[in-house]
Ligand binder design. Structure first.
Ligand code: PEP
Ligand code: MN
Length: 364
């Protein structure tokens, strides 16, 4: 999967401001007063350059507050006029797109429940064709990088180049302290595949509760993500949606003031030491690959031997014993059980495939 995205850099369309770039505002617009008070408080912080508020809310069950609808677009227009902040809303269908464009919304975002559905994304992309508006694409609910990338590509192919990805975590069946598991490897892989695409992090939907937010923001910055989208409400305890994960504007300012800014480079001595450690890693990786290749050759030889003697490939008893032994050995060396298991499973899968290939060749 390679990316051929045509992206206009953030700096070319977002007004300059404090660092990190922050998009903040309530999960939902609830009243004109709540929107205005929150926006005015947030506008005081140089990092906050865009005000967010959901007006059409995707809810898990019917009957819950589903957003204030079009009325909210007028409040956002007031925010824009009175604070100078850019404003953004979530759109989930072509009708939303039309209303948002008519009301002068600056940036649109596509939510996780929409990104997951290529039909819905395609409809939105078609509604947006010919409109030069920035769009942020949240990751789909499930940990599926291809679907996320596909949504970004659909918009790009409709001619939109001011695109931004938003990492908001993934639904995950294992229990984790997070509402949506961060699985940082996925946004990191997105960065590798599409280095020009800015990625923002939404710690609010990742965490699901206020307490985890500061560490998650720090992690996002340490991973060189390009900014944040944070839910902020003037009175979170009264919020109609996502009340546990919203922070007040002053709590947000406090979190931002405590972030540690780490530099990408740390001077000559630092670079030299880092270089030495990196070349050690390069050498070890080379050995690792050599060992894996040699191991696969032996596996293949076993496959040929099994074939000659008409023995089945999978020998479960041997595999179980081997797994137990390797995990025990790994733990003694300070490696985690989960890591060894994952590694062995991957090695085993490749080994089985090699043996299947041997069985399928015409040679005896
Ligand atoms: C939101 O930003 O309020 C929202 C609904 O987010 P997500 O699509 O990430 O769940
Ligand atoms: Mn929300």
């Amino acid at each position: 999967m390679t990316s051929t995205l045509n992206i206009t850099p953030l700096e070319e369309w977002l007004p300059a401001g404090g660092s990190p770039l922050v998009i903040a505002g309530p999960c939902s617009a609830e009243s004109e007063q709540q929107v205005m008070e929150t926006a005015v408080a947030l506008a005081a912080f140089p990092q906050v350059r865009v005000f967010r508020a959901g007006i059409w809310k995707p809810r898990t069950r019917p009957g819950a507050f589903e957003g204030v609808g079009i009325a909210g677009l007028k409040w956002l227009r007031r925010v824009k006029q009175e604070t100078g902040l850019m404003v953004t809303v979530e759109v989930a269908n072509p009708k939303h797109v039309e209303e948002a464009l008519d009301h002068g919304i600056d940036i649109l975002w596509i939510g996780a429940r929409t990104t997951v559905n290529p039909f819905a994304v395609q409809e939105i992309a078609e509604a947006l064709a010919g409109h030069d508006i920035p769009v942020m694409i949240k990751n789909p609910l499930n940990p599926d990088l291809k679907t996320w990338m596909g949504a970004i590509e659909r918009l790009n192919q409709a001619g939109l180049t001011r695109l931004v990805a938003v990492h908001r975590g993934f639904s995950f069946f294992n229990r984790t302290p997070y509402r949506n598991a961060p699985m940082w490897e996925i946004p990191i892989e997105l960065k590798r595949l599409a280095p020009n695409l800015p990625i923002l992090v939404d710690p609010s939907h990742i965490c699901g509760n206020r307490e985890l937010i500061p560490a998650t923001i720090q992690k996002a910055l340490d991973l060189e993500m390009n900014g944040l989208m944070v839910e902020s409400h003037i009175n979170p305890s009264k919020a109609l949606t996502d009340k546990n994960q919203q922070v007040t504007p002053s709590q947000l300012a406090d979190i931002l003031s405590k972030l540690v800014v780490r530099r990408e480079s740390g001077g000559v001595d630092f670079e030299n030491k880092l270089e030495a450690l990196r070349s050690e890693i390069d050498k070890l990786d080379e050995e690792l690959i050599d060992i894996l290749a040699r191991r696969m050759n032996v596996v293949q030889e076993i496959g040929a031997y099994k074939k000659a003697n008409k023995i089945t490939i999978l020998q479960l008893k041997r595999w179980n014993q081997l797994t137990r032994d390797r995990i025990e050995a790994g733990i003694k060396m300070g490696l985690s059980r989960e890591f060894i298991l994952k590694l062995l499973e991957s090695v085993h899968e490749e080994g089985i495939q090699r043996q299947i290939d041997v069985m399928n060749t015409d040679e005896p």
